[in-house]
Design a protein around this ligand. Structure first.
Ligand code: BV8
Length: 282
């Protein structure tokens, strides 16, 4: 984990305690206890309940699920996700796309939420106005206990009627057929080139514009409109914190950027904000 972007202009409500030596520490020898976050950051997170966390495929990586950046494996190695996740691809070959989603659905059901998912569910319990906004369709956040959540890009475990958007109570899931119109079923996810569900994007933008702290976690910050939410928050004076394994277009723009694994950094952060606080109180 390295703290790469300690911006000159301290964020609102943050007093920068001067450059820390976090940058020099490598994950291997970093126990949770020795992951010291800037005290200004900890103080602020303790003081505010208005926290938004945007997550991407990276938070499910430690659960064994491939990210969009990771090369696809096996049958799917010759396809780029962006090529399969479109209405055109489905029209061209509904069986190919449906099989891909069936494979991903199976992977997601076999996977377990990891410490990163669990830490965000814990953050929700501790921060009264916490909102989780996820680009992931795998359902692992909900299984980790997250409730105040916006699934921006839908959920792979739900279906829709492709041709006529018929009511979902008359679906033959096994045959992937809509019994009302006989048409194909498609996963209830947002494909590239498709509008996001209006209520989902409205809730996400509203939360971003009201928060004091905006986390961007496990996302390459390249898919829009999700990749623009941090800017909405920043423009309203929020502190933007990135937690990601690799640097992204957001890294130089964030107030803090912790480069490392979400499943290691998030539990340590939650511990230092809320667990240590109660320890020190006794
Ligand atoms: C739309 C559901 C509008 C389906 C998904 C503006 C500029 C440029 C392009 C556009 C633009 N506006 C719109 C576009 C087009 C497009 C877009 O953004 N394209 C990109 C590729 C440039 N956007 C759209 O098409 C959107 N719709 O704009 O409609 C419109 C307007 C008018 C008329 C009609 C329409 C729809 C976007 C949603 C598409 N659906 N998913 C499915 O899942 O099958 S997007 C899908 O890909 C994911 O949901 C996610 O959003 C994205 C993948 O990104 P990430 O989640 O960030 O994952 P990635 O692998 O890239 O990165 C993982 C990161 O994790 C890495 O950085 C890695 O370092 C890190 N990591 C790895 N391990 C760990 C880790 N970090 C921490 N810990 C670890 N252990």
């Amino acid at each position: 984990m390295s703290l790469t972007s300690y911006q000159a202009a301290p964020p609102r409500g943050f007093r920068i305690a001067g450059p820390s030596n976090l940058g020099k520490l490598k994950p291997a020898n970093l126990s949770r206890r020795s992951m010291n976050f800037p005290s200004s950051l900890i103080q602020n997170l303790r003081a505010t309940g208005k926290i938004v966390a945007l997550t991407g495929a990276g938070i499910s990586a430690e659960s064994g699920l491939a990210t969009f950046r990771d090369a696809q494996t096996g049958l799917w190695s010759k396809f780029k996700p962006e090529e399969l996740a479109t209405a055109d691809a489905f029209r061209r070959d509904p069986k190919l796309v449906s099989d891909w989603y069936a494979w991903r659905r199976d992977q997601a059901l076999k996977a377990e939420p990891n410490a990163g998912h669990v830490a965000l569910a814990e953050m929700e319990k501790r921060a009264p106005e916490f909102v989780l906004v996820t680009q992931n369709v795998d359902g692992l956040h909900r299984r980790a206990g997250s409730k105040r959540m916006v699934e921006l890009h839908g959920n792979i475990h739900r279906f829709r009627c492709f041709e006529n958007d018929c009511a979902s109570d008359n679906f033959d899931i096994d045959q992937q057929r809509c019994r009302s119109c006989g048409g194909n079923l498609r996963p209830d996810v947002v494909w590239f080139g498709e509008m996001l569900p209006p209520d989902a994007i409205e809730r996400a933008v509203a939360a971003a514009e009201l928060c004091d702290v905006f986390f961007s976690i496990g996302t390459s910050s390249v898919v829009y409109p999700a990749a623009d939410l941090w800017r909405r928050a920043k423009e309203r004076g929020a502190v933007v914190i990135e937690i990601n394994k690799d640097s992204t277009p957001l890294t130089p723009l964030a107030d803090f950027s912790f480069l490392g694994k979400a499943g290691e950094i998030l539990p340590a952060l939650v511990e230092q904000i809320w667990i240590h606080e109660s320890d020190n109180a006794h």
